[in-house]
Write a protein that binds this ligand. Structure first.
Ligand SMILES: Cc1cc2nc3c(=O)[nH]c(=O)nc-3n(C[C@H](O)[C@H](O)[C@H](O)COP(=O)(O)OP(=O)(O)OC[C@H]3O[C@@H](n4cnc5c(N)ncnc54)[C@H](O)[C@@H]3O)c2cc1C
Length: 469
């Protein structure tokens, strides 16, 4: 909890923001103080709602002068609590809503920080382009949020994370100055790449006010299939075959354990078992290509070869868009489907792709020993080595007892990840939740360098002070 905000800071902020540009109404603040999993509940004396980059700069400038901490919030879909203030002023980007430019020749879109990912997709589609970052939270997650968390998602295998998808940024630095780095350049070797420092900085090095994002052609040939498999090892072999068969057309390759499908069948209305029999593991595969029919042909060949090699037990290929969406819904509902099942230790880890089966084997054996009866729901972007490894309390067990053992259980999982050369936060960042744990797995050299960069830009540590090192 930070110190109370001085009255003169509040009155100066009100003056620059004007009527409608701020709030201290508890009903207006309430939804911004609770995050999606209800794990973080915050407090703030003041909500700043700037409408322009200049207003953001004015807010940050006043706070910099006074040493007043600020937490920035976009769509509030972050899963590690970084956007939830604990006494700081809350700066929301919800009124930075303009799409400034869509350029089909530069294959670029420039959107302000508060534009949602779904709105970016819609604006790109109008010029027959696609922005290839897909998240289950895309109706609320914002441009500023995805940039600041370096969001991943289901198509990283083909297009990379947000880090690979940003051409330029505009941001207000911690001293209140505006940096306009909104470029459409594919090549620019003129010194340090400041935008890459801000991407994934979780709001600690600046408030992102707009971003120029890369667009790609729409690919009309698309094939989506759900496969039933015996093991993650088979998934790994199939991933290699998919790349060989479909080349760069592999757009997604998502692994799910049966338990996650059972949760979806039980807790998400309208979910149907995609295959006639029960399989221990499932993979959702999507191929996309430009030439009509080519993704479909590649999928047929891939599945025929997989069945013949004994790697695929059974498969269903979506015949319509509706069927494809239903298969994707199973994957996207893996996390929501867990909610009614009780307390969970969530892990968003990555290991080298080749180590995914070893990680799953080792972590699951360790969890069964540490928490007998705990239910393991593992799913994720196996093509990126990124697994959401969730350990739920035993059926009928106590939520409170399970929650009380979270840190000790997670430490076991994280140590296995570190041993395999992995990361304890693959996509969600460290936020308030994992900053201390993240520091544990970084070398002193790296921590010192990161702290020096932050101190140089934000000597009073006013931006998201609880987050990162
Ligand atoms: C159902 C669900 C599915 C998800 N799936 C994925 C997934 O597949 N992959 C993935 O990577 N993430 C996923 N997420 C996590 C989340 O959606 C992403 O982290 C997203 O990028 C957050 O965007 P946001 O606008 O909601 O940011 P917020 O939650 O508001 O903020 C997140 C962080 O970014 C900072 N921030 C926000 N806006 C700015 C800004 N303009 N300038 C500076 N800092 C800022 C905040 O201070 C905070 O530290 C999922 C979340 C949910 C609820």
């Amino acid at each position: 909890m930070t110190a109370p905000v001085p009255a003169d800071v509040i009155s100066r902020l009100k003056a620059v923001l004007g009527a409608g540009g701020w709030s201290d109404d508890p009903d207006r603040l309430a939804p911004k103080l609770v995050e999606w999993r209800d794990r973080w509940v915050g407090t703030t004396p003041f909500l700043a709602l700037p409408k322009t980059t200049d207003e953001v700069a004015a807010v940050v400038g006043i706070c910099a002068e006074a040493g007043q901490p600020i937490t920035t919030q976009g769509g509030n879909t972050g899963l590690v609590g970084g956007q939830i203030p604990q006494g700081e002023i809350l700066l929301s980007t919800e009124r930075l809503r303009a799409i400034r430019e869509v350029d089909a020749y530069d294959d670029a879109i420039t959107a302000e920080a508060g534009v949602t990912l779904a709105q970016v997709h819609a604006a790109a589609a109008e010029v027959r382009r696609k922005f290839p970052l897909g998240l289950a939270s895309e109706g609320s997650a914002t441009v500023g949020g995805v940039v600041s968390t370096n969001a991943g998602g289901t198509q990283v295998l083909r297009y990379g994370t947000t880090r690979n998808l940003v051409l330029g940024l505009e941001a207000v630095l911690p001293n209140g100055e505006v940096w306009n780095g909104l470029k459409h350049l594919r090549k620019d070797n003129t010194g340090y790449d400041l935008k890459q420092l801000l991407i994934g900085a979780e709001g600690t090095l600046g408030v992102v006010t707009a971003a120029s994002l890369k667009l790609f052609p729409m690919l009309p040939s698309r094939a989506v299939a759900m496969l039933g498999l015996g093991s993650p090892d088979d998934a790994l072999k199939l991933l290699a075959r998919a790349k060989e068969t479909a080349g760069g057309s592999v757009e997604a390759f998502e692994l799910m354990g049966r338990l996650g499908l059972d949760f979806a069948l039980r807790n998400i209305t309208g979910t149907r078992d995609p295959l006639a029999e029960v399989h221990p593991w499932y993979v959702l595969v999507e191929f996309a290509a430009a030439e009509p029919g080519s993704a479909e042909t590649a999928m047929e060949r891939f599945l025929a070869e997989g069945l013949e090699a004994g790697l695929v037990n059974d498969a269903v290929v979506a015949q319509t868009d509706t069927q494809a969406k239903a298969l994707w819904a199973i994957r996207e509902n893996q996390s929501p489907a867990q909610k009614p099942e009780g307390a969970t230790w969530k892990h968003d880890i990555s290991v080298p792709v080749s180590q995914v089966p070893a990680f799953l084997d080792e972590a699951t054996a360790a969890m069964h020993a540490f928490a007998p009866g705990a239910r393991i729901a593992a799913f994720g972007h196996v093509g990126d080595g990124n697994i959401h490894y969730d350990v739920l309390r035993a059926d009928g067990g106590s939520d409170a007892e399970h929650a009380a053992r979270r840190d000790a259980g997670s430490r076991i999982v994280h140590d296995i990840v570190a041993k395999l050369g992995g990361s304890i936060s693959a996509e969600h960042g460290l936020g308030s939740m994992k900053t201390a744990e993240g520091a544990r797995y970084k070398s002193d050299v790296e921590l010192a360098a990161q702290r020096a960069i932050r101190h140089a830009l934000d000597p009073k540590r006013i931006l998201n002070p609880r987050v990162l090192f």
